[in-house]
Design a protein around this ligand. Structure first.
Ligand code: SF4
Length: 433
């Protein structure tokens, strides 16, 4: 492994979660367009039209891989040089493109115009375009948001998408009984599991944002209680509060502890009796603890270093330290959204080094010096670090895989055990020292 190439900055203060080390330097992460890859799977009658460059199209095609051979529900309207030079009326061209997409795909009920770096640089007003097109096309809701890579983490693409959806949700009548919205894109299987546990607790009116179909998006109002299922929904939480909803403070449903505390927050809000809550969560919680315990022996005492990438780093670190006994050397996060992260920060081991933002050279130097057993990082850093002899886990895998809830706690632990197992097998066969 290489020696550190640059001096390591004193990071003493960042062991206090109220005073994380803040870094603002070169950072390595995908842009918000990437979130379309899981959002388009989640909302089954939505289309995402990126207004961007060939670079944006290439990113989506390479990230989506084989999916481009099926007719996907996303595409890029490419801004050509004459558009960028202001020589063409881009609104006319956009109107024609949207009309073509909708004529070809009559199943589409929700269309997002997704902004990119180029569309933002030339200040193309996609909000105005969405309003105009929404009024033009009956039976299709047309919204817009930005997925650009200008100072964002890739998961903020989902946050921006949900903010645009929140603005379009119908208003819950003032006299409506209380309802629960679970915010954050989830795999269908996880949603079904959550719905069953809520029903066992006696909470029947549970809606999901985003819903599987455009017509199933929830209403929102002063009687709405919201639980966040994903840790990157800062602006969505604010938008829900602005619509009168109450957003519960809770950890995220990762691992047995996190999932139990997440359900408990809903139980408190809906006055679920303690015995009924226990009866609803006990079977799943027992299975989760058994599945996690089966992997814990492989991870206990192993040291983890997390680069900032997806915003899931802090809840995952809480799970790995609290339920699997891993030691946290440094936990990076692209943004520290304190209000949404308070319960998670409180559950981290005392003295955990938190770093907000990134200066990748500084962070690489600290990582090499720490020589952790496992590094959680983005795709761009994983291969070079593997080549240096460090074991890595792609952070984006935690976003694409169903990892929430009791039934997935063992799978989440497995994701971290696998690289260590593979390394041990390679060592045993003499492939690596
Ligand atoms: S939105 Fe920006 S960062 Fe993302 S692919 Fe397009 S140009 Fe690149």
């Amino acid at each position: 492994m290489n020696a550190p190439m640059i001096p390591i900055r004193d990071a003493g203060d960042c062991r206090d979660p109220d005073r994380p080390l803040r870094e603002r330097g070169q950072h390595e992460m995908f842009c918000g367009l990437t979130s379309i890859l899981w959002l388009h799977r989640r909302i089954q009658d939505a289309f995402f039209l990126i207004v961007g460059s060939r670079t944006c199209a290439h990113l989506m095609q390479s990230a989506a891989g084989v999916m481009i051979f099926a007719e996907p529900r996303f595409a890029t309207a490419i801004l050509e040089e004459r558009d960028l030079a202001g020589m063409a009326d881009m609104h006319d061209e956009l109107d024609a493109t949207v009309a073509r997409v909708l004529a070809r795909r009559p199943d589409i009920r929700l269309l997002f115009l997704v902004g990119s770096c180029p569309s933002e640089v030339i200040k193309l007003d996609l909000g105005r375009a969405a309003e105009r097109l929404d009024a033009t096309h009956d039976g299709v809701r047309i919204l817009n948001y930005s997925g650009s890579g200008i100072e964002t983490a890739f998961t903020q693409g989902e946050d921006a998408c949900l903010v645009s959806l929140v603005g379009s949700l119908p208003a819950e009548p003032a006299a409506a009984p209380r309802s629960l919205i679970v915010a954050g894109a989830l795999a269908d299987v996880v949603e079904d599991q959550f719905t069953r546990v809520f029903a066992a607790m006696g909470i029947e009116d549970v809606r999901y944002l985003p819903a599987r179909r455009a017509a199933q998006m929830p209403a929102v109002g002063p009687g709405t209680v919201c639980l966040l299922a994903q840790p990157w929904l800062n602006d969505t939480a604010r938008a829900l509060r602005d619509r009168g909803a109450t957003v519960l403070a809770a950890p995220y449903p990762l691992g047995a502890d996190g999932t139990r505390a997440w359900f408990a927050a809903a139980a408190d809000a809906f006055d679920v009796p303690a015995e009924r809550f226990e009866a609803a969560v006990a079977p799943g919680e027992r299975r989760a603890r058994e599945a996690v315990a089966a992997v814990a022996g492989e991870l206990a005492g192993k040291r983890l270093f997390a680069f900032p990438d997806s915003q899931i780093e802090i809840p995952v670190a809480r799970f790995l330290a609290g339920e699997l006994g891993m030691t946290l050397t440094e936990i990076g996060t692209p943004y520290l959204m304190r209000e949404q992260m308070q319960a998670e920060l409180a559950a981290l081991p005392a003295g955990t080094r938190i770093v907000e933002g990134q200066d990748v050279d500084e962070q690489l130097a600290r990582c090499r010096a720490a020589a952790p057993d496992l590094v959680l990082c983005g795709l761009g850093l994983a291969n070079p670090l593997e080549a240096e002899g460090l074991r890595t886990k792609w952070s984006i895998e935690l976003v694409f895989s169903p990892v929430q809830g009791f039934e997935q706690a063992g799978d989440l632990a497995e994701l971290f055990a696998r690289p260590l197992r593979r390394a041990a097998r390679l060592r045993a066969t003499g492939v690596t020292p």
